[in-house]
Design a protein around this ligand. Structure first.
Ligand SMILES: Cc1cc2nc3c(=O)[nH]c(=O)nc-3n(C[C@H](O)[C@H](O)[C@H](O)COP(=O)(O)OP(=O)(O)OC[C@H]3O[C@@H](n4cnc5c(N)ncnc54)[C@H](O)[C@@H]3O)c2cc1C
Length: 436
């Protein structure tokens, strides 16, 4: 797999090459909003033309929209990409905050995959910074090693142990369930009720406002349980962040792809009125596309609180973080207790490896979704999926519209999975339309 660590280290925190992206525009009045890292400061604002035709109109400039645009434009098709936000990158967008720290403003985005095809494709636009993602849990007044591993078991016992003892304990403690049907069953069948209640139940209730019993087994089941000392958060073979961040990676994608006309600060409705197109690619929420005619689909949203600290403030945290220049001991600390209103605190500098004295933390507060909020999470539960199926049934009757990405397919997909989906859909469209 193509990670050149030495090359990644060389290229980190270098100025981003400022070749002009394909063509980027904002509606008048939106430029101040756009003056942030995100390719936007390098764009030349220009007035919108009244009526335009394009081959592909793509709604959403996140992973799905930009990857499919790159594939189609590289084949010679004209692509207009529209996003209502003032930046590209979707929820994976990152930027430098006022303290100078590279942050993930929509929550931490840990890139990982088992697919060499996805790594090869994205490596055209970025070098990588390898990361061993480490997290902790904080409950009963202390930090715990997490996901559950031999260290966690020793913390629980208050003494040294072995993998053999832990395996035996798990065998005796776990609730035997052959085919776990939901998130509660999947965890108690692995670790028993006490560790489930300690680390999973409260966290899941806060995050989803649903009991783990009501959620698909995959929600909690994706978190590994290990009897050795492997305390990595994730298990995929490739775990790395774009060396200069996601925004820089997308800037490179846009710079390498003439033929993408990117319009930020523009909504789908306005875009539809402006462009005639051969084919529409929609990566927004599918219920919004259909004007919620069957009612809104359920989503969970988030509120984020950022707090930055200078070197002196961080020095006073040394005893807690155990690492000079940091606020907490790990990139992410989960707070499963019901009385803590947030679910996790993320200090992304642990993962980015940015060499800077300051640091910024992000507290994540789950909240009910309303149409005024970002629909961050489709709800992975049977009733929500059934509601989605009514919209999906409409979508199959639209041969000239592709619905891809997390929101348009209402699936709890990661970045590598939506990249794969966009590449596959691009292949299908190129097979259907050929080249211009
Ligand atoms: C808090 C959080 C943490 C995550 N952590 C990880 C992680 O660690 N690892 C991982 O692999 N994945 C993670 N993900 C998932 C990751 O964000 C998605 O897989 C990925 O961003 C999906 O890309 P997308 O293009 O499908 O959607 P998005 O990134 O949501 O992009 C869609 C874009 O469409 C725009 N849009 C929507 N509707 C309209 C409209 N009507 N008009 C104009 N524009 C519109 C939006 O503004 C948005 O920019 C996380 C997601 C969240 C919310």
């Amino acid at each position: 797999m193509a990670v050149d660590a030495a090359d990644s280290r060389r290229s980190r925190w270098q100025p981003i090459p400022h070749s002009l992206p394909s063509k980027v525009s904002f509606p008048s009045g939106s430029i101040d909003q756009g003056r942030q890292r995100g390719g936007i400061e390098s764009a030349i604002p220009r007035p919108l033309q009244a009526d335009t035709s394009t081959d592909f109109l793509i709604i959403g400039a996140g992973f799905s929209g930009l990857v499919i645009a790159e594939r189609l434009a590289s084949a010679g098709w004209k692509c207009a990409v529209v996003d209502r936000r003032a930046h590209f990158g979707g929820n994976a967008h990152d930027r430098i905050d006022p303290a100078g720290v590279l942050i993930h403003p929509y929550g931490p985005h840990y890139f990982r995959t088992n697919s060499p095809r996805i790594v090869d494709y994205l490596s055209r636009f970025t070098a990588w910074h390898e990361v061993s993602y480490k997290i902790n849990s904080h409950t009963r007044g202390r930090y715990w090693s997490f996901p559950i591993n031999l260290n966690t078991f020793e913390e629980y016992l208050g003494r040294a142990s072995t993998s053999e003892e832990f395996s035996t304990w798990l065998e005796q403690t776990r609730v035997p369930i052959d085919n776990p049907q939901n998130s509660e069953e999947v965890i108690i069948s692995q670790v028993g009720r006490e560790l489930y209640e300690l680390f999973f139940e409260g966290y899941t209730l806060k995050q989803w406002k649903r009991h783990p019993r009501e959620l698909d087994a995959s929600v909690c089941g994706r978190i590994p349980v290990r009897t050795n000392r492997d305390d990595r958060y994730l298990s995929e073979t490739f775990q790395a962040l774009p060396a200069n961040g996601y925004t820089a990676m997308f800037e490179n994608l846009l710079a390498a792809t003439p033929g993408i006309d990117l319009r930020l600060g523009m909504d789908f409705k306005e875009a539809k009125a402006r462009w005639n197109c051969k084919h529409l690619v929609f990566t927004g929420a599918i219920d919004e596309y259909y004007e919620r005619r069957f009612g809104p689909l359920p989503y969970r949203s988030l509120r984020f609180e950022h707090e930055s600290f200078d070197a002196e403030q961080l020095r006073r945290r040394d005893a807690i973080s155990g690492k000079s220049g940091f606020w907490q001991p790990a990139m992410q600390v989960n707070y499963p207790d019901a009385e803590t209103p947030f679910t996790r605190i993320v200090e992304i500098k642990h993962a980015t490896g940015q060499n800077i004295a300051a640091s910024t933390i992000l507290r994540e507060f789950p909240k009910d979704w309303t149409p005024a909020d970002e629909p961050f999470y489709p709800v992975p539960a049977p009733a929500a999926r059934a509601a989605y199926q009514r919209y999906a049934a409409l979508a199959v009757n639209e041969p000239n519209t592709s619905f891809i990405g997390r929101l348009a397919t209402y699936r709890y997909y990661n970045m590598d999975q939506v990249t794969a989906m966009a590449l596959t859909e691009a292949d299908k469209l190129l097979a259907r339309y050929g080249s211009p």
